[in-house]
Ligand binder design. Structure first.
Ligand code: SAM
Length: 276
């Protein structure tokens, strides 16, 4: 039994506590409070503004699912944009794809990248990839610019508070759609349908107002608030539940496989009703 506990509050009536063996790092960046702790059950964890972002034991689930679903359903994802994702896990998965020619990454807080390189080197393992162009900038402003076109855009954002709040709006999705190629695809993490129902539903609605095809898929990620976690894909042409022809799944994955790709789009009835 741990003697030290940290608390993660989700709603007025629900919080999670984590037994920890130590606080490895604490700082207040210009954008958020950043903590790295050693947990008893899940290895080291990165926490921003009191919300757990990644933990060593299960980060692979989130990162594989946010990346390989769009990368394997798009027939030729050569040009990729990542918004957020400062820990580097999404980048690590993107660079596994041989079709990749360039990846732009826009992270607002350089301190997250520095902390990840120091405490999570196995997650922050691809920052030296020569196909990467790293921008330390606000993703909202970047989206209003003229970069691109991109084949796949991945919004790996923190929860919709603080600097990430605007990353869940229709305006933002519209700006990103303008940066996408005519066959392009946008994927975002869209929160828990149980605990953050409003964000989940609004993300879908906002995305469906912009894209001809909008689909939701789920994964269970133990360190995120209990139950299924959702991802929403907006696409101009290709369905995200369909694996494109002649695709090879990157080797050494621990969660994603072709059966999971299909199964992840099977939604429970209450979620289908929430999206009607
Ligand atoms: N997997 C995580 C989760 O769902 O909890 C999120 C990972 S990642 C650490 C989220 C990143 O988004 C953070 O590093 C944060 O600094 C970044 N971020 C938040 N708002 C942003 C913005 N407006 N532009 C660019 N990056 C942003």
């Amino acid at each position: 039994m741990s003697n030290f506990w940290i608390y993660e509050s989700h709603t007025p009536g629900y919080e999670v506590r984590w037994g920890i063996t130590g606080i490895l790092h604490q700082e207040t960046t210009p954008f958020q409070k950043l903590d790295v702790v050693e947990t008893v059950e899940f290895g080291k964890a990165l926490i921003l503004d009191g919300c757990l972002q990644i933990a060593e034991k299960d980060e692979f689930i989130y990162h594989e699912m946010i990346v390989h679903i769009p990368m394997l359903s798009h027939p030729h994802p050569a040009r990729v944009l990542i918004i957020g994702g400062g820990d580097g896990g999404t980048l690590r998965e993107v660079v596994r794809h041989p079709e990749l020619r360039s990846v732009d990454m826009v992270e607002i807080d350089e301190q997250v990248i520095k902390a990840s390189k120091r405490f999570f080197p196995q997650v922050a393992s691809a920052f030296s990839d020569e196909r990467l162009n790293l921008y330390i900038a606000d993703g909202i402003e970047f989206a209003r610019g003229q970069q691109g076109p991109y084949d796949v855009i991945i919004v790996d954002s923190s929860d919709p508070v603080g600097p990430a709040e605007q990353l869940f709006t229709e305006k933002f999705y519209r700006d990103l759609a303008n940066l996408l190629d005519e066959e392009g695809m946008l994927v975002v993490q869209s929160e828990s349908p149980m605990f953050y129902a409003d964000y989940f539903q609004n993300t879908y609605k906002n995305m469906a107002n912009v894209f001809p095809i909008t689909q939701v898929y789920t994964a269970s990620i133990p360190t995120y608030v209990s139950g299924p976690w959702t991802f929403t894909v907006g696409s101009k042409k290709h369905r995200a539940d369909n694996i494109a022809d002649n695709k090879t799944v990157p080797s050494s994955l621990r969660y994603y496989n072709k059966e999971i790709h299909k199964a992840a789009f099977a939604l429970p009835e209450f979620m289908r009703q929430m999206l009607e």
